[in-house]
Design a protein around this ligand. Structure first.
Ligand code: HAM
Length: 420
């Protein structure tokens, strides 16, 4: 027997049962996005490596260790996208979307790739629902983004989650903080892990991303960014908090939150769900007012977030109503021909319709209908054809009633009651 080929470590298949829930989550997110005026974009999965190096940052874990980067056959350095923000910004600049009012609020849904150590809730291919808003500097935009994120979570009936909030300030106040952090870490060099020893000098903020216990211990005494915010950044953060309170959105101030990507300025946030394991961050985002300029565009403030679908899904209760089909039990060739008319008719009006392709006995067809959790079964056999009436069986109550043999709209309302 030839050796079977399996998925690569950290990659997985999404089987039909689970895929259905994915679809429900995506649909709910899309519905919320349209209420907030966000429009969908589709982006390439492969981009120039430089795009991510310049935006996410050379000294971040993502760029240093986790990207799937390679030289293609033409010698170009390319990477599978580890996130969507950099690509949306590239698209925004490349197509000069500055002036189009409807291009200010965009979302995309799709797979991302990071070569992290796989564990529960952490995959090398994972899916994000990502939203970005361009052109608005004021904190009302931040509040609206966070409100949209919580609306999605609430619509999905995610029971318990925490919203962590912090401000990273602007490059000016961040510089003073970085200097203070560098000074603080100077004499703790030996206590830091080799990565952080290097980062201490290059990009000290990234020491906050470190998972090693030693580094975490050192940071307990570290200066905090919030102590260094300039007046403008402080005011921005205060107004955001006021708007969140007006929206009735609870948040936890988390001065240690820095997020693992270099492009952020001012507001950053993360949603965690307690009790789901080490990988508890189901969404994260923030403002990135300088990124468009860094990537060669015209200075444009922006803010966004991404929801990690793989982590969120297990926390989403199953939707109340599962879609259920109508099953046509057809006995004999003549019944099949009438049945095919029904199939066309029912699907045209949006009703999920199933038939038994083996055309077995009535008993086996009803079994199949039960197996598929059909709400109704429309039975047509020789007797029914003779009488000119089909039988409509309610599979839950077992009640049967005679209905017209040929497709007709009379029973549509009844049938639709069995649909989601
Ligand atoms: P991020 O925090 O790196 O932010 O990722 C967002 C979410 O993606 C995480 O909270 C997590 O749920 C999910 N995620 C990340 N890595 C993995 C993984 N290996 N396996 C499973 N899920 C994962 C960003 O990507 C930013 N682009 C968000 C953003 C948009 N900021 C501004 N706009």
């Amino acid at each position: 027997m030839p050796k079977r080929i399996q998925t690569i470590r950290g990659f997985r298949d999404i089987l039909p049962q689970e895929a259905q829930k994915w679809w429900y989550v995506e649909r709910t997110a899309r519905d919320v996005f349209s209420l907030f005026g966000f429009r969908e974009v589709k982006l390439p999965i492969l981009e120039q490596t430089a795009l991510f190096a310049r935006s996410i940052g050379e000294t971040t874990d993502i760029v240093e260790k986790e990207m799937y980067s390679f030289q293609d056959k033409g010698g170009d350095n390319v990477s599978l996208r580890p996130e969507a923000t950099a690509s949306i910004v590239r698209m925004f600049i490349q197509h000069s979307l500055y002036q189009q009012p409807l291009a200010a609020k965009l979302f995309t849904i799709g797979p991302m790739f990071r070569r992290e150590r796989p564990q529960k809730g952490r995959y090398r291919q994972f899916y994000q629902i990502d939203a970005e808003m361009f052109g608005f500097e004021r904190p009302l935009a931040d509040a609206e983004m966070i409100f949209m994120l919580t609306t999605i979570l609430n619509q999905l009936k995610v029971a318990e989650y925490d919203l962590h909030l912090n401000s990273l300030g602007c490059p000016q106040c961040r510089q003073a903080f970085k200097e203070a952090l560098k000074r603080f870490l100077e004499d703790k060099h030996q206590k830091l892990c080799p990565d952080c020893q290097r980062r201490r000098l290059l990009n000290p903020l990234r020491v906050f991303d470190c998972k090693s216990e030693g580094c975490k211990e050192v940071l307990k005494e570290a200066p905090l960014i919030t102590q260094y915010l300039c007046q403008d950044c402080k005011t921005h953060f205060e107004s955001l908090k006021g708007y969140l309170e007006a929206f009735g959105i609870a948040y936890l101030l988390d001065p240690y939150l820095v997020r693992g990507l270099d492009y952020y300025t001012r507001t950053i946030f993360e949603v965690t769900i307690p009790g789901i394991g080490a990988q508890s961050a189901v969404a994260g985002g923030g403002r990135y007012d300088n990124l468009i300029e860094v990537l060669g565009g015209r200075s444009t403030p922006a803010i966004g977030f991404a929801i990690g679908m793989d982590r969120l899904l297990p926390c989403v209760p199953d939707p109340d109503k599962e879609a259920r089909p109508i099953f046509l039990a057809l006995l004999g060739e003549e019944a099949v021909k009438i049945g095919l008319k029904w199939v066309q008719f029912l699907r045209k009006v949006g009703i999920w319709t199933e038939i038994d392709y083996r055309l077995g006995s009535l008993k086996s067809q009803l079994n199949r209908a039960n197996h598929l959790k059909a709400k109704f079964c429309l039975i047509i056999g020789e007797d029914e054809i003779k009488k000119g009436k089909a039988i409509l069986r309610d599979m839950d109550t077992k009640e049967q009633l005679n209905v017209a043999l040929e497709p007709n709209s009379e029973i549509i309302e009844k049938l639709k009651g069995g649909k989601n």
